[in-house]
Design a protein. Sequence first.
Length: 330
Amino acid sequence: MNKHVLVSALLAIGFLAGCNNNMSAVDAASENTPQSVQNNSEAQKMLQELESALRTTQNNSGTVSQKVSTTGLSLNDSQISTIIGMASSALGGAGLSNSNDLNAILPVLIGGASQGVGNIGLPTGQATDLLALIGNGSIGSILNSSSSTGLPTNLIQTLTGSLFQNLPVAGISSGNLSQVAGSLIGSLTGNLGNTGLGSGDLASLIQSISSGAVLGIGGINGTNGLNSNLFSSILSQIGVGSVQGISGITLPGGMNTGILQTLLGSFASGSNIGLGQLAGSQVINNSAISTLLGSLMQGQNAALPNLGLGSNQQQTMALFLQMLLGNLGG
């Protein structure tokens, strides 16, 4: 019996020792909890959601990667790693890896991701699709993060401005800037139909996208010597893209002429705000605002025939834009 007692005691000691070892492992793991905190920061969430968006362009089945994106864009692991790596490095270099300040995070994140896009060297059409994917994914992330605090219009403006200012960094040549900018605006505005927001909230977001885009283009002007003719051409294509994108938004009650006027008016108003801020920063002269806004709204007018409106409706829309230009440009 004494032997049995001794064996039982030894077994008990061994069990306790094992428990102590397990507790040590738990303690060691708990020392690493700051890593999980880091991964919960807004910066890390944005990175993770960006990578998730990029992964939608591939479908891994075994060792075969197949194209599944409706944009026709297909990225491999190396390309995705390059973009995410450069975005992460940019955040780290700015000391924002664990930040929750989206105002500070967005310009750095988009700048790094854009540099990654430029480094993988895609053809212009695919690069445009990729930038649209990054922009739309980031807008979705912002809206999700701010769902309980009202519309994040300032953040949307910051995001859009960063995206457009970094077009040259993303490898878009000056000869392709106008076309890419128009396509990008069409995608960013059109994708808002997936948010489930009503026309009033959409008008606010569209105004922010528009003002951000204009400010971003002005950033190109300030850093890369964008001339006034190219600026005007870009604005004209942005006008075309705004009509194409906004007219494609699906609303619960349907898109009618009145709502279309409101949303296009919001876009023009946002552009006017952006141009006014650029004039305040001396990127452009105050006297140029009316001319540049006219270029944008000429682009909108040029796109109206593609909407399939009746002649009376089209004439009403054109008259509305003309009156709006007079009010804003005056």
